[in-house]
Structure formats: C-alpha cells, structure tokens
Design a protein around this ligand. Structure first.
Ligand SMILES: Nc1ncnc2c1ncn2[C@@H]1O[C@H](COP(=O)(O)OP(=O)(O)O)[C@@H](O)[C@H]1O
Ligand SMILES: [Mg+2]
Length: 603
C-alpha cells in the first residue's frame, strides 16, 4: 500500500507534468499560427516579385513593339502610348529592387538586368534616330540586326533567371514550412499521448489511493478495536522520539496510566530510575531502529510507583520508502509468572540442597565405613601379625626358658653340684685322716664360699634381690658399676624425679632392658664410657642407656631373619611394649648407641 504522503507526492508530480504538457501544447499551437502567417507573407511576397518580373517582361515586349510600330509608321504615337514604356520599365525594375532588398542573389540578378537594359534602351533610341533621319529601311536594319536580337535574348535570359530564382525560393520556403509543420504535428501527437497517459495514471492513482485509503482506514480501525479489546497485553504506539501516541485498555490495566495521563509523555516513565540513568530506553529504541525489533524482560514501573516484571517487544515502524515513522510496543505483565517461577526455582533449589546434603551425608557415611573398614582391616592385619609375633615370642620365650634352664642346670651341676661334690670328698677325706683336718675343713669352707657366691649369682640373675630390697635406681646403679668395673668403662648414673618405688613390672622391665643393653655394649660396642639415666619426663619415666662405642645399622636388623638370629634388641622392645611403654634406638655406625625406653607413670 502506498503511504498517503508518498501518493500525494506522485499526484503532485503527475499534475505538474500534465500542466507542463498543456502549456507546451498551447505554446506549440501559437507557434504554428505565427509560422502559418509568416509563411503566407513570404509566399505573397514571392508572388509579388514574380508578378513584377512578369510585368518587366511585358514592358520589354511593349518597348520592342513601340520601336517596331514607330519604325513602320513613323508615328510618334507608338512611342507614347499609353506612356513612355522605358519609364514604365525602369519603374518596374525599381520596384523589384525594393522587393528583393533582403535577397543578395536577386539583387545581383537585378544588376544583370540593369546591364542588359542599358544597350537595349540605347539601341531603341538608335532605331528612333535612324527612322527619323534615314527612313524605314535603316530602322528595320537595326531592328532585324544581330545586335538587337541578342539584346532581346539576353533580357529574356536575365528575366528567366529572376523568375526561376524566386520560384525556387518559393518552393524551398514551402518545403521548410511543411517540414516544421510535420515536426510540430509529431511533437503535438507525442505531447497529447504523454498528457493522455499522465492523466490516465493520475486517474488510476487516484482510484487506487481511494481504495488503499479505505483499506488503510479499515485496518487501522480493526487494529484499534484489537488493541482496545486485548487487556492482557499493553499495546501502544510511540513516535520516533519515544513519546506515547496511542494507548489501549490493556496498557491502562497493566501500567495504571489512563490515556489522558500518558499520551504525549515519553515512554521512559515506565522504566525504573536506574534504567533511565543508564540510558536504557533510548538504547532500546536505537536497537529496534537498527535491527527491526528488540525483545527484553525486565522490571518496569506502574503509575503508582510499584514494580512489575514485564516482557517487552518494541518494533520499528517504517513507511514504504523505509522511513522510520515510530515504534509499536507490546508489553506483557510477567509478575505472576515470575513469582510462580521463583517459587518453583526455590523449591528446586531447596530440593537440590537437601539432595546435596543427603549426598554429602551418604558420602561421609561411605567414607566413614570405608575408613572404618580400612582401619579394621589394618587392625586385623596388626592383630594377625601381633598374634604371629606373640606366637613367635612365646616360642622364643620357651626356647629362652629352656636355654636358661639348661644354663641354670649346667651352672648348678657344674658349679654348685661340683662344689658340693668337692666339699663331700673333702669332708670324707677329713673324716678319714686326722692329719690336716683343719686344713681340709678350711678348703671345704672356701669351696663352700665359692658355691654360695655362685648360688647368689644364679639367684641374682634369676631375680636380683637388690631390686626388691633397694628399688630400681639403686639396682641399676649397682648393675652399672658392676658391669663398668668388669668391662673397664668409665660410667655415670643419673637419677632424677623418680618416685621411690615403681610397679614391679616396670622395675623388672627397666632392669632387664638395662642388663641387656649393658651386655650388648660389653659384647659389641668397644665403648669407653657408658651413661645411664633414669628420670621423669612429663607423665612418664624415661630410661636412657648411652655408650660411645662403634654403633651399628639398626635398620638392617629389622628383617625377620635378623630378628630370629638376634634376640636381645627384639626382646627389649617386646618387654617395653608389654609393660605399656615405648622403645627407641638411635645409633649411627661409628658414633655410639643410645637406647631410650619410656613407661607411663601411674596417675
Ligand atoms: N651397643 C651396641 N654397640 C654396637 N653394636 C651393638 C650394640 N647393641 C647391639 N649391637 C649390634 O646389634 C646386634 C644385635 O644385638 P642383639 O639383638 O642384642 O643380639 P646379640 O647380642 O645376640 O647379637 C649385635 O649382634 C650387634 O652387632
Ligand atoms: Mg644382645
């Protein structure tokens, strides 16, 4: 459909074209009339020239007849009837000169005529003079002579040429006139055709314009009815700058503005202040103008200042020429939907949180179960290996017990048994001889003393009496001094902050560990100095045995094979562990050995 402004432009153009056509038509007609008139004048002029040429010819014939008549009759009457023909001839020639003053060609012809007339007239006068003086024959001789005849022929030629030129001019003027006239008629025909076509188009446009106008008005009406009846959407129009130019019931329902209150106001009143400050309304119009339309969801303001969530579509409106005429705006209130969506989202979020928590709990539970399982498995492994170790220890204890029994049996048999046998033999020998009895009894006493000493040593080894009598500190000091003396070490014993008595188990363990450590130092260390310290370390009692001997590689002794072979360090650790304590060896080859055991003190 052609927009009204566009259509009126077409109409104006076509009207101007038609007016120009009519004006041209009028001008053309005037021109043709004047051309006709000018051509008629020229034709009349040429005819006049031809008439005078013909008259000139007549005058020449008249003169010729006058001279002939005079020559025949001698009557002067011929020379003056009705007047002097020579004057008449000159008058005609003068008229011709006047008539052809603007034609150089004819002027030249007339000069030829003058030149031809001169001898003609002069010869005439000779004829008259010869008739008067010499009679008819002399005059007739001149008239019938060669000269006169050539003069007359020449005059005829010049007049023919004049006549011919004028006739050609007349013909050429007629041709030019016809050509112009034909051209004019063509132009006129074209003009008439153009004007007719233009009028036809104008008529068509006017008809179409009316039809389109009708359709446009109908569609406008339909649109307004639709816009008025839709109440769930705010449908309205903005001008190019964004001012509201139409309003609908839906728009009033959603925004709360009446048509009277909003028409003519800028549509940015619907936007919250932060959007207006950031230039959002203008930006949306710009985008709609550039891309055809813009759609957006966001918060808008009602007339009472409350906010509502809306879906907005702004469409750029253009005429047929693509010129932006304004914007159509359709707004939908999404607040209820948004609230429902938010509720749903909150529920989903809540469910997700609960699920997450459940998953977390589940994961924790699974982790705990797997940790506990791993712990139980490890504990099981530890129990199994402890059981195996205990079994091995029991076996080793049994073996050690057997060794100890064997040693005791050997010591009792070889030592005390032997001593008692010797004492029996000495006593029997003393009974049999009186001589040297006292000496023998003395020997018996010495042997008995040795046996008692051996017995005490065995007894001390089995359970050191000093431990029961004096307590751990003194027992350890006695043990150290005894061993140091035997091995030739220097030694120091330190005791600090220890209660006078500890539990029997702890005292026994400490004593046995110290016994084994000192025994190792004596056997393997090549030490010069041994220090033993028994002291309190927080809530526990600490026993440290340190030598300055050659040390050893403790890690290499941790293999099962080595443990089977070397029992001292293993048994020290087991004793400490059994009594609820800890055992620790620090030794570097070449830099001495430090053994530390700790037992918790009773609370
Ligand atoms: N104080 C020490 N100084 C140097 N070497 C030692 C010391 N104590 C133990 N060892 C080394 O550790 C090994 C293991 O000792 P132990 O378990 O008591 O078994 P055993 O004394 O029967 O060899 C010894 O053979 C010795 O090589
Ligand atoms: Mg040992």
């Amino acid at each position: 459909m052609i927009a009204p402004s566009r259509r009126s432009e077409h109409l104006l153009t076509l009207t101007l074209v038609s007016a120009a056509g009519v004006a041209l038509l009028a001008a053309g007609t005037t021109w043709v009339a004047s051309e006709q008139e000018r051509t008629a004048e020229r034709v009349a002029h040429s005819n006049e020239v031809l008439t005078h040429v013909s008259s000139t010819r007549t005058w020449v014939a008249e003169i010729q007849n006058a001279y002939r008549g005079f020559a025949l009759t001698g009557s002067e009457h011929f020379l003056r009837s009705p007047g002097d023909p020579v004057e008449g001839l000159h008058a005609e020639v003068a008229t011709l000169k006047e008539l052809t003053a603007d034609n150089p060609e004819q002027q030249s012809r007339l000069r030829d005529l003058d030149a031809a007339l001169q001898p003609f007239v002069a010869t005439g006068q000779q004829i008259v003079a010869a008739r008067r003086s010499d009679g008819l024959e002399a005059a007739q001789a001149i008239i019938g002579g060669e000269t006169r005849s050539s003069q007359v022929t020449r005059l005829g030629e010049v007049l023919d040429a004049l006549d011919g030129d004028e006739r050609r001019l007349l013909a050429s003027r007629g041709d030019a006139h016809r050509t112009r006239l034909y051209g004019f008629w063509w132009v006129l025909a074209l003009l008439v055709a153009a004007v007719a076509t233009t009028l036809h188009i104008l008529y068509g446009l006017a008809r179409r314009g009316q039809a389109e106008q009708k359709t446009f008005l109908e569609s406008e009406q339909r649109f307004h009815i639709l816009a008025r009846s839709v109440v769930d959407y705010a449908i309205f129009l903005l001008d190019r700058e964004g001012h509201v130019v139409s309003w609908s019931a839906g728009a009033e329902k959603i925004t709360g503005y009446s048509a009277k209150a909003i028409l003519g106001r800028h549509f940015s009143v619907f936007y919250p202040s932060e959007d207006v400050e950031s230039g959002k309304p203008a930006r949306e119009l710009k985008t709609a103008a550039a891309q055809g339309r813009v759609e957006e969801e966001g918060w808008r303001l009602r007339a009472d200042g409350t906010r509502y969530c809306s879906n907005v579509v702004i469409t750029a409106l253009r005429d047929e020429a693509g010129e932006l005429t304004g914007f159509g705006k359709v707004t939908r209130d999404l607040t209820e939907r948004k609230v429902a969506e938010k509720r749903l989202l909150d529920e989903v979020e809540e469910r997700r949180t609960i699920e997450g928590r459940l998953r977390e709990l589940n994961d924790n539970l699974e982790r705990l179960v797997s940790e506990r399982t791993a712990e139980l498995t490890a504990a099981n492994v530890r129990i199994t290996s402890a059981r195996q170790e205990t079994q091995a220890l029991t076996l080793r204890l049994i073996a050690a017990q057997e060794d100890e029994r064997r040693r005791l049996s050997r010591e009792l048999h070889d030592g005390i048994g032997g001593a008692l046998t010797l004492i029996r033999l000495q006593l029997a020998s003393a009974l049999r001889s009186d001589v040297k009895r006292a000496e023998r009894i003395e020997e018996c006493v010495r042997t008995l003393d040795g046996a008692v000493k051996q017995l005490r040593s065995v007894a001390r080894n089995l359970r050191p009496a000093v431990l029961d009598d004096l307590g751990l500190a003194d027992a350890l000091q006695a043990l150290l001094e005894q061993q140091a003396e035997a091995a030739g070490w220097t030694s120091e014993f330190k005791c600090d902050g220890i209660p006078s008595r500890l539990s029997t188990d702890v005292e026994t363990m400490c004593y046995r560990i110290c016994q084994e450590a000192l025994s190792n130092a004596a056997r393997h260390a090549r030490a010069r100095n041994i220090d033993v310290a028994l002291q309190r370390d927080g809530g526990q009692v600490e026993l440290v045995i340190a030598d300055d001997g050659n040390g050893f590689d403790y890690a290499s002794l941790q293999t099962p094979a080595a443990k089977q072979k070397h029992f001292g360090l293993v048994s020290m650790k087991e004793r400490a562990t059994l009594a609820g304590g800890t055992f620790d060896v620090r030794t570097v080859p070449g830099r001495g050995t430090r053994i530390r055991v700790c037992f918790p003190l009773p609370a």
